[in-house]
Design a protein around this ligand. Structure first.
Ligand code: SAM
Length: 259
């Protein structure tokens, strides 16, 4: 059943037909960074898929009184991640043909979320109306944790994409590398022990001195837990304790100053 959102102002009531699919993000800290717009729009959905490692978010959406699906149930160890993302998107599309569906993902819905990309494409192919809501991303929280305004110039890459593409890096411009924890890993796995950072280290050594200090930033995921940072030299990158990767940090490479 498709619902409508009613917006009342002093002189008239506007009825806005809601979308078939609401694609939204939770922010980085459970439900604490979710916007009031997202909360209001999810409430209009018949069913909301939640793709998030934090179970409290699933419970929060349930508390809004909508039917909730835990999209992590689509994951099976050893499976190709692309396959999982496509199956989630397909399931949402099938549901959206008969009811309003919300899809809530971690962070911003259009910041390194492959399922969102498939969903947008499939919604277009199926003639379904899809609405995307902005959200706090890890880019926002990492900038905050570093206390740096990176808005003037920034190089930003997903780790696997970067090593495949082999772009020319400008070492005078700050660089952020996302998804280091899944470097070279393309299947669903529970442990990050298999991550090999050698290829990333070799790549960085083409542009930075071995002693250049770089920082892994892990933004807080809970109000009672602080953000965490791990500083290493490029030459030490292959020796870090990979347990730190378990939290899915982002790697910040500061520019080389004064040359
Ligand atoms: C699959 S992407 C999803 C990004 C998410 N949609 C967003 O808007 O931030 C996961 C990557 O985001 C970054 N990330 C996610 N959570 C983070 C956190 N708490 N602190 C730092 N980086 C984080 C990491 O680079 C991680 O590998």
């Amino acid at each position: 059943m498709k619902k409508t959102i009613c917006e009342t102002n002093t002189s008239e009531t506007n009825h806005q037909e809601t979308s078939d699919i609401i694609l939204a993000g939770s922010g980085i800290m459970g439900a604490m960074q979710m916007t009031r717009e997202t909360e209001a729009k999810l409430k209009t959905c018949d069913i909301v898929y939640v793709l998030h490692y934090d179970n409290s978010l699933y419970k929060f959406v349930e508390s809004l009184g909508v039917k909730t699906v835990d999209a992590s149930e689509f994951y099976k160890d050893g499976q190709d991640r692309t396959e999982v993302y496509r199956r989630i998107a397909d399931s949402i599309i099938q549901d959206a043909k008969i009811q309003q569906v919300g899809f809530l993902v971690h962070g911003h819905p259009l910041f390194i979320v492959s399922t969102s990309e498939y969903l947008i494409q499939e919604a277009k192919n199926s003639g379904l109306k899809l609405e995307i809501l902005p959200a706090v991303s890890s880019l926002d929280t990492v900038i905050t944790d570093l206390q740096l305004d990176l808005g003037y110039a920034l190089q930003l890459y997903e780790a696997n994409f970067m090593l495949n593409m082999n772009p020319k890096i400008d070492n005078k411009v700050p660089l952020l590398i996302f998804q280091v924890a899944v470097l070279g890993l393309f299947s669903v796995q529970k442990s990050y022990q298999d991550v090999d950072l050698h290829p990333l280290q070799e790549f960085l050594l083409k542009y930075y001195p071995a002693t250049h200090v770089i920082t892994f930033v892990l933004s807080s995921k809970h109000v009672l837990v602080s953000s965490d940072k791990l500083e290493v030299k490029v030459e030490e990158l292959d020796k870090i304790n990979v347990d730190f990767l378990e939290g899915r940090p982002t790697l910040y490479i500061p520019p080389i100053e004064g040359e």
